[in-house]
Write a protein that binds this ligand. Structure first.
Ligand SMILES: Cc1cc2nc3c(=O)[nH]c(=O)nc-3n(C[C@H](O)[C@H](O)[C@H](O)COP(=O)(O)O)c2cc1C
Length: 359
């Protein structure tokens, strides 16, 4: 595929990325922890939902945009933080930031990828979010928040589900380490010590919108709300951390109830299609994150590939909204969903059935 506009479906990104990326990098991108049960459940939990459409409504003009942290997004999508994104695409973290700016959504830059915070901020004058793994004391953390604020990031995210680095056995089997893992793995004890008191201290000191990524229960969501966290990022890290977790969207009902509209809800885990975005939004998300799909598009065709992937995701989401009989997100509710058993045994790429058949 020489021209990114030639991509017509999501699975084409997966096919080309697989051809272009090394075997090691491919497995780093798509793999999950240990038995990959959480990873498979992410897909399964989305596939276990069917739609209940309504017809004969005027759906000529569908608006799939939302507002988040004071900015309008063309689609409720954040390109989720990906460590070592430089392993998939030359230019690293700058590439999804530029693609997000061209399309009109957020990129959340990972602290464990290159280039770092300031260089990425300088590369693109467009709202973006910074995500931190804690690798130092309070002074170290505050320095990162100060720098992010000075560089114009509109929100600051702590990922809190990585106290222990899980084993993705696809990587371990090959003794593979991503580039950031080779160079940025020291100081992990600070993440282990980081706790709710730290979050309270940071909340009291800073006005910047705060996001906690990796919330997986109503109990923790309630703590976020009590502390005044702006966005609860519901995530099991794409099945890359705690194995035998629940499927992603299965986390949403109890968390949506606990949050009760007092914070924004960002969700990720298994989103590969426009219909997945729509399901998560109906279940109560305000915005979704995309991890592997972003890596596949970046690996397949860089910045242009990412923009094209986002266009296709938007096209799919708008078509799904229209076929459900609505023109805006707020017209949807749980009556548009119905429980239904999945039809395909879930695995990380089962969402792309043509891949197995080689087209
Ligand atoms: C290759 C890769 C690297 C990741 N690195 C980070 C990271 O640095 N920080 C973080 O918070 N999450 C990281 N994640 C998790 C994603 O941000 C996101 O939660 C997850 O990928 C969502 O699931 P999905 O891949 O099914 O969309 C990473 C995910 C992948 C696939």
């Amino acid at each position: 595929m020489s021209n990114p506009t030639d991509f017509m479906t999501m699975q084409e990104f997966a096919k080309i990325a697989k051809e272009k990326l090394s075997f090691e990098t491919w497995d780093y991108l798509i793999g999950g922890a240990y038995t990959e049960t959480t990873l498979k459940r992410n897909r399964q939990s989305l596939d276990n939902i069917a739609f209940r459409p309504r017809v004969l409504n005027d759906v000529e003009h569908v608006d799939a945009s939302v507002e988040l942290f004071g900015h309008k997004l063309r689609l409720p999508v954040i390109m989720a933080p990906i460590g070592s994104v430089q392993d998939f695409v030359e230019g690293g973290g700058v590439v999804p930031t530029k693609a997000a700016a061209r399309f009109g959504c957020y990129h959340m830059l990972s602290s464990v990828c290159k280039p770092y915070l300031d260089a990425v901020a300088e590369s693109v004058d467009y709202p973006k979010i910074y995500q931190l793994y804690v690798r130092g004391d309070a002074e170290w953390v505050d320095d990162h928040i100060d720098r992010a604020i000075a560089a114009g990031y509109v929100a600051f995210c702590f990922t809190v589900d990585l106290d222990y680095y899980s084993k993705r056995e696809r990587d371990v089997a090959k003794r593979y380490l991503s580039t950031s893992r080779k160079t940025q793995a020291s100081g992990e004890e600070w993440q282990k010590r980081f706790n709710w008191d730290d979050i309270k201290r940071i909340r009291a000191k800073y006005d910047i919108p705060l996001i906690l990524k990796g919330i997986a229960t109503a109990e923790d969501a309630a703590k976020c709300v009590a502390i005044g966290i702006d966005a609860v990022y519901v995530s099991n890290h794409g099945g890359r951390q705690l194995d035998h977790g629940r499927g992603g969207v299965d986390l949403l009902p109890e968390i949506v109830k606990a949050v009760n509209g007092k914070a924004k809800i960002i969700f990720d885990g298994g989103i590969m299609r426009g219909a997945d975005v729509v399901k998560a939004m109906i279940m109560g998300a305000d915005c979704v994150g995309i991890g592997r799909l972003q890596g596949l598009a970046a690996g397949a065709a860089g910045e242009d590939g990412l923009v094209r992937m986002l266009e296709l995701l938007e096209e799919e989401a708008i078509a799904a909204l229209g076929m459900l009989g609505v023109t805006k997100w707020d017209q949807l509710d749980m009556s548009y969903l119905h429980a239904a058993p999945e039809v395909t045994p879930p695995h990380v790429l089962s969402v792309f059935p043509l891949l197995d058949e080689g087209y």
